[in-house]
Design a protein around this ligand. Sequence first.
Ligand SMILES: NC(=O)c1ccc[n+]([C@@H]2O[C@H](COP(=O)([O-])OP(=O)(O)OC[C@H]3O[C@@H](n4cnc5c(N)ncnc54)[C@H](OP(=O)(O)O)[C@@H]3O)[C@@H](O)[C@H]2O)c1
Length: 324
Amino acid sequence: MKAAVIRSWGGPEQFSVETVADPEPGPGEVIVELHASALNWHDVLVRQTGRGFTTPSILGIDGAGIRQDTGEKTVIFPGLNWGKNAAAPGKDFSILGDGTDGTYAQLVAVPVENLFPMPKHLSWAEAAALPCAGLTAYRALFMRAGLRLGETVLVIGAGSGVSTFAIMFAAAAEARVLATSSSQDKLDSVRAIGVDKGFLYTDPDWVQQVLEATGGGVDVIVNGAGANLRDAMACLKPGGRIAVFGASAGSTAKIDIADLYWGQVSVLGTTLGSPDDFGHMLEMIDKYQIRPIIDSVYSLTEIVEAHRHLESRNHLGKLVLSLR
Ligand SMILES: NC(=O)c1ccc[n+]([C@@H]2O[C@H](COP(=O)([O-])OP(=O)(O)OC[C@H]3O[C@@H](n4cnc5c(N)ncnc54)[C@H](OP(=O)(O)O)[C@@H]3O)[C@@H](O)[C@H]2O)c1
């Protein structure tokens, strides 16, 4: 099979597209003939430093393809060994592609319980865009922040893959959706998927703008930027909830503890989700006929360009690899 292989960690140029041996299924595993994969910021972080994994390595969390055992179209749940606790994964939890061969390849071996029917209304590219980012957004909004009908949600960094899902899910749940971005063009574009009002986080007074537009703050924030936690918390109503799923702007944040307790604020960490969350997310995708936002589709041989594009932060939504 063809795969994008990494032999030493570093920049996007470390990928080389090679012919490698087909994977052998282990006990309880099925081979999936992948039609598409998708990029996640996580892949950039692993590619840069390896995070303790060994080379040669095939990265890639997301995938959609055909099960070799049944011939059915499938989308892959990317968590391995979540465990029995719905509140958090167990100590053996890992992600497909982290220390196992992932989906930047034409074939992948995955546990049979990770295979879910592909939503019928989606293309291969749309289905591959779904797993990691869609699941993270779904769990952040509903399982962690407990979004309720009619509430106001602020999605931080509208361009992110996770954020575009959060916008569509919150809009489907009949929330009022606000978003921030570094780009007015992105804010204009996300109006089409449910954003009522956008704010440039590059404006020094963006927090004040949110407070004025909402008459005192929002109920729920979905935040993958991380380092802006203090400013983001200032956008909440008293009693508000903020789900933090990433650290795109930096992994440390300074907050005033008094803002936490006087504001009765709930700060909720979250990432990915359980197999049950994944099933519920697919039901929502099907019920509302939601289609992932795809920025661009690259062939496997264009993996270097695709990673450069992700790192440029010029994208809106997901970058996808077409594998056949
Ligand atoms: N992809 C996943 O499924 C997943 C799952 C779990 C956790 N995470 C984590 O979540 C984060 C985002 O992942 P992603 O794949 O969705 O990223 P992504 O598609 O690369 O998007 C990152 C976005 O973050 C926004 N951003 C950067 N600096 C910001 C700041 N100072 N304030 C506000 N927003 C800022 C930008 O939005 P604008 O372009 O609109 O300015 C940027 O486009 C990463 O830390 C990742 O490790 C991702």
